[in-house]
Design a protein around this ligand. Structure first.
Ligand code: FRU
Length: 321
């Protein structure tokens, strides 16, 4: 009988110790902050890299519980994702909006509820958010335009027919990449823009179709400026299928080593312009904010030109050559 009671007591105290352990469980206690990340889509390699870089950075902070939602390339789904974060009362929201206008009200609502929002890569229609992090798309567009002018004969003498393939027209990077480029080529009387703006929605297959139509219509195309590398590559493939790829230069944007830089190295694209993902920086800034530090309203990520002069070197550095 005595033994039985002792055993029960030992059992009980072990159980209560275990119970206490659970209450102070490392996982729940260490995770002080809930960070909600709303991604626009994961259909493009650049988005996958973005998510990967964001997760790697978040793993460095045991106090972060990270929730990631995929907007499935659909503004309505992305609005619902942010609504979910608002009702869960997360500590901070990171968002890379598919389009500006549709996502602005829900971000404004989060701010009204006292949840700080860091906007990544694509901007909104107003500045009612905590911080924006992204590349300078206007600068990238201008740099691509200057590069095009140089390759088409130089300032004041450039000559050529250009096809511009837009990313999603309702997204600010496409608008800025267009206006920056237009600024650089506008002084060149010898440069002709062949087609009316057409929305390629950042997709390789849509760009293929836009380019196939342009190739059908125009006998002489000298340069394609696409708002990202997948679309520049889609345009290249369309030209290749018609045996005309050698007479055309293709410029893209993003410069992911295994994608755009590889295509430059293979000679398919002439150049690409670096557009870093804001994944890691987004988490770093969110952590600063959560720890009570002041953060800047704007963080600009750097860019660079990648063409045949430096593509191999970058691929080597990334272990891809
Ligand atoms: C991916 C992407 C990139 C592009 C960025 C612009 O969805 O299309 O290729 O640089 O979005 O927001």
């Amino acid at each position: 009988m005595k033994i039985k009671i002792v055993l029960i007591l030992i059992g009980l105290s072990f159980f209560s110790m275990f119970g206490r352990e659970e209450n102070i469980s490392f996982a729940s206690d260490a995770k002080k902050y809930v960070v909600g990340f709303s991604q626009a889509t994961i259909t493009e390699p650049w988005r996958l890299l973005f998510n990967k870089e964001l997760r790697i950075e978040a793993d460095k902070y045991p106090e972060i519980e990270l929730l990631v939602r995929d907007g499935l390339d659909d503004a309505q789904k992305q609005i619902a994702d942010v609504e979910e974060f608002i009702s869960r009362k997360v500590d901070v929201i990171l968002i890379s909006p598919k389009v500006a206008q549709d996502l602005t009200p829900v971000v404004n609502k989060a701010m009204d509820r006292g949840i700080p929002v860091i906007v990544l890569d694509r901007d909104l229609s107003n500045k009612k958010y905590t911080q924006f992090i992204g590349g300078d798309n206007k600068l990238i567009g201008r740099t691509a335009g200057e590069y095009a002018v140089k390759r088409l004969g130089g300032k004041g003498k450039a000559k050529g027919n250009i096809v511009e393939i837009w990313g999603g027209m309702a997204a600010t990077p496409a608008q800025d990449r267009h206006s920056g480029f237009a600024e650089s080529i506008s002084q060149e009387k010898g440069i002709k823009n062949l087609i009316q703006p057409k929305d390629g929605d950042w997709k390789q297959d849509l760009a293929y179709d836009i380019m196939a139509e342009a190739l059908d219509k125009f006998d002489k195309i000298d340069l394609v400026y696409a708002h990202n590398d997948p679309m520049a590559y889609g345009a290249f493939l369309a030209a290749k299928d018609m045996g005309r790829e050698k007479e055309i230069m293709f410029l893209g944007i993003d410069a992911i080593p295994a994608e755009g830089i590889k295509w430059v190295h293979q000679g398919n694209l002439t150049a690409t312009f670096l557009y870093m993902t804001p994944g890691a920086e987004g988490i770093r800034q969110a952590m600063k904010l959560l720890r009570g530090e002041k953060i800047a309203p704007n963080v600009v990520l750097p860019t660079m030109i990648i063409d045949s002069t430096n593509a191999a070197e970058i691929l080597k550095k990334n272990g891809l050559l």
